[in-house]
Design a protein around this ligand. Structure first.
Ligand code: ATP
Ligand code: MG
Length: 316
């Protein structure tokens, strides 16, 4: 089976129990939950039985142990996670506002995962990878951009594949060299996984169909456009395969895109037809939002297949 690698942040997330603005007042919190977009991605892939590993760093503290224990339990290769004796594990405090927007207090840049560096473990993991998944949110420093680019070029040079989720803020594109780095990633991408307006973040075309044609014309094999509760749509040169969102009660939307992307990528690497990969991915995305905590909704294949069967029975 093909092995997936990611390079990026591992964090704990600590969530406010009440809806409201920010953290200036005393309030109840729940956490620490294991988190970090690339960590959620590899956790979901491993839960589906795909070999998957992460290059990252955590502190020598309980927040690091929470993450490493969860990733190891779920089958993720954590041999390339450096335990930094000098910096704490990254963290994000999050509180939802009534309109669905979020307030954050981040400790990432000065945390262990703000200093991810090439180690012997990282080199070994990347050398054994068949597929690299690149997360836009992880490209927060020059070092991380360069590590991801070098790994992308190496995996492609030996016949491997690349998926790219451009989940980055528009402002990040203005950082020096960032737009050029994004263009480079796009030129190496086999599977592009944007959500909503991210579709046109890196294209000249600003309209959906034209942007998809432009991306496919650049040599990307497949574009999967995610659209929250509405579902998602797969595009390649020959086909367009839409999938509706499964009806669920959304408890916590964080992590849906990562679970969807990991499930799609896993099935795509196994050669599944797009309609099957899209259904499994949409189910993984829907299940992700039913659990509180960014990684808590990652499910195994049995749970996903039962969820799909139940939804199909209810629809009849
Ligand atoms: P993230 O917040 O993790 O970055 P994203 O913006 O990348 O998410 P979304 O489009 O929000 O990705 O979600 C990915 C997929 O998960 C959707 O295309 C859909 O199939 C499924 N999904 C997300 N939210 C819901 C929901 N409320 N109900 C049902 N399915 C959902
Ligand atoms: Mg996203």
């Amino acid at each position: 089976m093909k092995k997936i690698a990611v390079i990026g942040e591992i964090l704990v997330e600590i969530m406010a129990d009440t809806v409201g603005a920010g953290f200036t007042g005393l309030q109840p919190l729940t956490g620490p939950f294991p988190s970090g977009a690339p960590a959620i991605f590899v956790d979901q892939a491993a839960r589906l039985g795909q070999p998957a590993g992460i290059v990252s760093a955590v502190g020598d503290d309980d927040f690091g142990r929470v993450n490493l224990d969860r990733l190891a339990r779920d089958g993720v290769d954590i041999s390339a996670v450096h335990v930094d004796p000098d910096r704490p594990t990254g963290s994000a405090f999050v509180r939802y506002r009534a309109d669905g927007s979020r307030d954050f207090v981040f400790n990432i840049r000065h945390s262990a995962c703000g200093q991810i560096a090439m180690t012997a473990g990282a080199e070994a993991l990347l050398a054994g990878a068949d597929h690299l998944h690149v997360m836009g949110s992880s490209l927060s420093s020059r070092g991380l951009v360069e590590m991801n680019l070098a790994a992308a070029e190496a995996v492609k040079a030996r016949g491997g594949t690349l998926s790219f989720d451009p989940n980055l803020r528009k402002e990040m594109l203005r950082a020096p060299g960032m737009a050029e780095a994004m263009a480079r990633f796009l030129s190496l991408t086999d599977l592009f996984l944007p959500s909503g307006a991210e579709l046109t973040l890196l294209t000249e075309a600003q309209e959906t169909d034209a942007a998809i044609q432009e991306l496919l014309a650049r040599g990307i094999a497949a574009v999967v456009h995610k659209n929250g509760a509405a579902g998602a749509c797969y595009h390649d040169a020959a086909r367009r395969v839409p999938v509706a969102g499964f009806a669920v009660d959304e408890v916590d939307p964080t992590g849906a895109g990562d679970c969807f992307g990991a499930a799609f990528t896993t099935l795509w690497l196994r050669g599944a037809p797009p309609d099957e990969a899209m259904t499994v991915a949409a189910a993984a995305g829907a299940l992700a939002v039913t659990a509180r905590g960014p990684m808590e909704g990652a499910c195994d294949m049995g749970t996903i297949r039962r969820f799909i069967a139940d939804a199909e029975r209810d629809a009849r």
